[in-house]
Design a protein. Structure first.
Length: 471
């Protein structure tokens, strides 16, 4: 039996295989469809694709490792073709099957979704069963998830062995970590600019919050704890240590959300601590000022009291009140008496000033009223609105048949006025915004005059004549 070709890589010897297509297709697939899909997969023209079904074995890929050969087989299966894996001979023999394989053709071809076929590609070929030791072969019957010798499920046996050894089952989170030579967990080396940027930001903000946590414990222990927790959540070494001890690790999205919440909470707690410190500092400053004021009063009480009395005698109530308010913190009865006297005199002064302002305002109003009384424009406009209702109510009484107003929304019924009796202050309001109907039903415009007394708010006389204002 001829020996198989081998490949040496890193001191490890691997057997080489080839993938052969013998014209077989998956049940339920049409030959034309499979031929077209093979032409697309192998990047050949339709004529070469038709020669694949001539009955002769065709090599699709050669000098392949076992894993690559299985992937080639899966690619053919996705196109609806059935391939076979055969070992490569050690030395070139006589003319054999025709090869249509292109370098990198099947390797670079995308792996389509597997379709139903007579025999599905087995990804566990070469796997050793942990229960009976049987090594799975490509010719073993499906399913590929169990051992053909003892029918044990590979995944279940491996999980049971891990539990016996005290290991945690692999998870999607743990796949983000790698185990070092000293049996500790660590993050893998970043890939690309974004990976290095994220790692750099994690180190920067992690160290920054750790420093903040060590700097603010005296002012706010809770804020210090939150800062330390935020730094531990961001620093990769601390995350690796916690993962190695507990097996717990947060995904990037959850870690970002938790870091944001901790940062907001830390900001609120720290701001509240600073506000508390500010209030306490103000209270301490006020207490110190109070003690200094009391000491100053005890040192020269007589002089301060004499100064306050002198300001009261001279009428400088503002200066006297300022001194009393300043030294009242000493709880001296004499200061209380002076405060009462200052308050009473200031209240009297305020009342007198208000009375003076009221008298001045009344005198000014009387002066303005007298001046308006002598001016026709001012006096007529001041009482025009009061005269409208009584004057217009007399007009219907003057009509023998019917009447109607002809003024618009923005027009005034009494746009003109004149003196009726200047000495008595009576006015005559005049308008032409009405018309009367005669016995024949015809309408006639009229001019009406209303004599009005502002003092009694009564109509003295009302006259109507035909006509309309000119101009």
């Amino acid at each position: 039996m001829p020996s198989s070709a081998v490949k040496t890589h890193g001191g490890k010897v691997e057997k080489l295989y080839k993938v052969v297509f013998k014209g077989e297709i998956v049940e339920g697939k049409a030959r034309d469809t499979v031929q077209q899909d093979l032409a697309t997969l192998l990047r050949i023209n339709p004529e070469k694709a038709a020669r694949l079904f001539a009955g002769r074995p065709v090599v699709i890929g050669k000098n392949l490792t076992r894993g690559k050969a299985v992937r080639h087989l899966a690619a053919l299966d996705g196109a609806g073709a059935i391939g076979h894996i055969e070992p490569m001979p050690a030395a070139p023999g006589p003319a054999g099957p025709v090869s249509l394989a292109k370098p990198g053709s099947a390797r670079n071809a995308p792996t389509p979704a597997p379709a139903r076929r007579a025999v599905s590609p087995d990804t566990n070929v070469g796997k050793s069963c942990l229960k009976c030791g049987h090594v799975r072969k490509a010719s073993d019957p499906p399913p590929g998830t169990e051992c053909p010798a003892c029918h044990a499920i590979y995944a279940r046996v491996e999980e049971a062995r891990r539990k016996q050894a005290g290991q945690q089952p692999p998870s999607r989170v743990r796949s983000l970590w790698i185990r070092n030579q000293n049996d500790t967990w660590a993050l893998p080396r970043p890939v690309g600019f974004k990976g290095w940027l994220r790692r750099g930001l994690a180190w920067t903000f992690g160290v920054l919050f750790l420093l903040v946590g060590f700097m603010v414990p005296l002012t706010s222990p809770l804020a210090a704890f939150l800062a330390l927790a935020l730094g531990a959540l961001l620093l990769p070494p601390i995350r690796a240590f916690v993962h190695g001890r507990t097996g717990v690790s947060l995904r990037p999205g959850y870690r970002f959300g938790l870091a944001f919440l901790l940062f907001v909470f830390f900001g609120g707690v720290h701001e509240q601590a600073l506000e508390t410190q500010r209030i306490e500092a103000q209270a301490a400053a006020a207490a110190a000022q109070r003690e200094a004021t009391i000491a100053s009063l005890h040192a020269d009480a007589e002089g301060i009291l004499d100064t306050i009395s002198l300001n009261l005698e001279r009428g400088r109530l503002g200066a006297a009140k300022a001194l009393v308010e300043r030294y009242r913190v000493a709880d001296d009865p004499r200061l209380d008496e002076l405060h009462a006297e200052v308050s009473a005199r200031m209240a009297a002064q305020t009342s007198q000033a208000q009375a003076t302002r009221k008298r001045a305002a009344a005198e000014q109003a009387q002066t303005q009223a007298a001046a308006c009384r002598r001016d026709l424009q001012c006096w007529g406009e001041e009482h025009s609105f009061k005269a409208i209702l009584p004057c217009e109510s007399v007009l219907p009484q003057m009509a023998k048949y019917d009447y109607e107003w002809t003024d618009g929304w923005l027009e005034f019924k009494f746009p003109r006025f004149r003196w009726h009796d200047r000495d008595r202050g009576t006015l005559t309001y005049i308008g032409d915004k009405a018309r009367f109907q005669n016995g024949f039903g015809a309408w006639q415009n009229v001019i009406y005059e209303c004599d009005y007394d502002p003092a009694t708010e009564q109509v003295l006389d009302f006259r109507v004549r035909p006509g309309r204002f000119s101009g």
